[in-house]
Write a protein that binds this ligand. Structure first.
Ligand SMILES: NC(=O)c1ccc[n+]([C@@H]2O[C@H](COP(=O)([O-])OP(=O)(O)OC[C@H]3O[C@@H](n4cnc5c(N)ncnc54)[C@H](OP(=O)(O)O)[C@@H]3O)[C@@H](O)[C@H]2O)c1
Length: 314
């Protein structure tokens, strides 16, 4: 049995994340074995850890960029050496390791214009942003969009994609992220440490609650007639409130909906093409090695990372 290095999550014991040797995975018929070059951290990793929801192989990490090393018997899309990227949140995670396996249709070709690091910082966060804006948000050019929590992985992609779609953006973040949100495309930035954004007189066609915790009625009040509020993330109370009362508050012309992003290759192809053309760019805050994963997770857990945390594996 061949071995590889990985970060495994232990439910019990003082040390939760352990850098150790584990069995190198073997691809099933329809799977590819990927030599991971880079991965990145998502809230899905640290939040699942907190809730004790652990992948079967005990290895977190949804985002991957790497090279195909071996293909299963029935794989037709890929061959050894192909450079791929993907979001494996729907297919077992497992990317905080030297090797991972993925169903052949859960990865796309990495554009040559993107480095492995850039490619690894894109998938889950950008898929979430595009599914919120273009999916349930049905964003239109010229719309007024409020993005609450513009500083993190999902937030930085949401601002850039909203700009790409021609929206007029108001972003809410803390002081340290204000300039970044402006650079990424927000016309107005409200620093939540200085100003209560809910007091704005502006009304919005689309509100994306990516982080924070505000009353749903407050968000509803900030919607223009016919506007849509989308709960993307935030505190557990924000999430629960949206799930419990969203439908009720959607009676009438304003809609209060929740986003549940799913790994989708068409969406990822669309985003990767934009990134390859330089129309969106992953914002990478800090880079760690696989061995430094506990440190990365500790920082991610603060909930105040600026963009993405990259894990360099190779
Ligand atoms: N619905 C879905 O399918 C889906 C998919 C992916 C993620 N999510 C959720 O989306 C959220 C963001 O995910 P992520 O990966 O982007 O997390 P992240 O990178 O860890 O988010 C950190 C960012 O959140 C900002 N933030 C923290 N508290 C804030 C507040 N009170 N108001 C405004 N901004 C605040 C921080 O900026 P400051 O330092 O400026 O505060 C920081 O830049 C999480 O709740 C996650 O669970 C949902």
């Amino acid at each position: 049995m061949q071995k590889m290095k990985a970060i495994i999550y232990q439910k019990r014991g003082a040390e939760k994340l352990v850098y150790t040797d584990v069995e190198k995975p073997v691809p099933k018929e329809n799977e590819v074995l990927i030599k991971v070059v880079a991965s990145s951290v998502n809230a899905a990793d640290y939040r699942s850890m907190r809730l004790g929801i652990v992948p079967k192989r005990k290895i977190f990490g949804a985002d991957v960029a790497g090279r195909v090393e071996l293909v299963g018997r029935s794989v037709s899309l890929w061959k050894e050496g192909d450079e791929v990227m993907g979001d494996l949140s729907g297919s077992g995670f497992g990317c905080f390791a030297e090797y991972t396996v993925a169903p052949e249709d859960k990865v796309i070709q990495k554009p040559v214009e993107l480095s492995f690091a850039e490619a690894a910082a894109v998938p889950l966060a950008a898929i979430t942003a595009i599914q919120a804006l273009r999916g349930k948000g049905k964003i239109q050019k010229g719309q007024k969009v409020l993005i609450v929590g513009s500083g993190g992985g999902v937030g930085t992609f949401t601002v850039q994609l909203a700009r790409y779609f021609g929206a007029e953006i108001t972003a809410v973040c803390s002081t340290r992220n204000a300039e970044q949100s402006r650079m990424l495309g927000a016309q107005t930035v409200i620093d939540y440490t200085q100003e209560n954004f809910t007091r704005t007189r502006q009304r919005f066609d689309l509100i994306l609650a990516v982080n924070g915790n505000e009353a749903l009625l407050t968000y509803r009040r900030l919607l223009a007639p016919g506007g849509t509020y989308l709960m993307v993330g935030g505190s557990m109370t924000q999430i629960l409130k949206s799930l419990l009362f969203g439908k009720l508050l959607s009676l009438g012309r304003k809609k209060m909906l929740a986003v549940s992003a799913k790994a989708n290759m068409a969406d990822l192809e669309f985003i990767a093409a934009l990134a390859a053309k330089g129309q969106i760019k992953p914002v990478i805050d800090r880079t760690y090695t696989l061995e430094q994963m506990p440190e990365a997770m500790e920082y991610a857990n603060t909930g105040h990372a600026q963009g993405k945390l990259l894990i360099k594996v190779e």
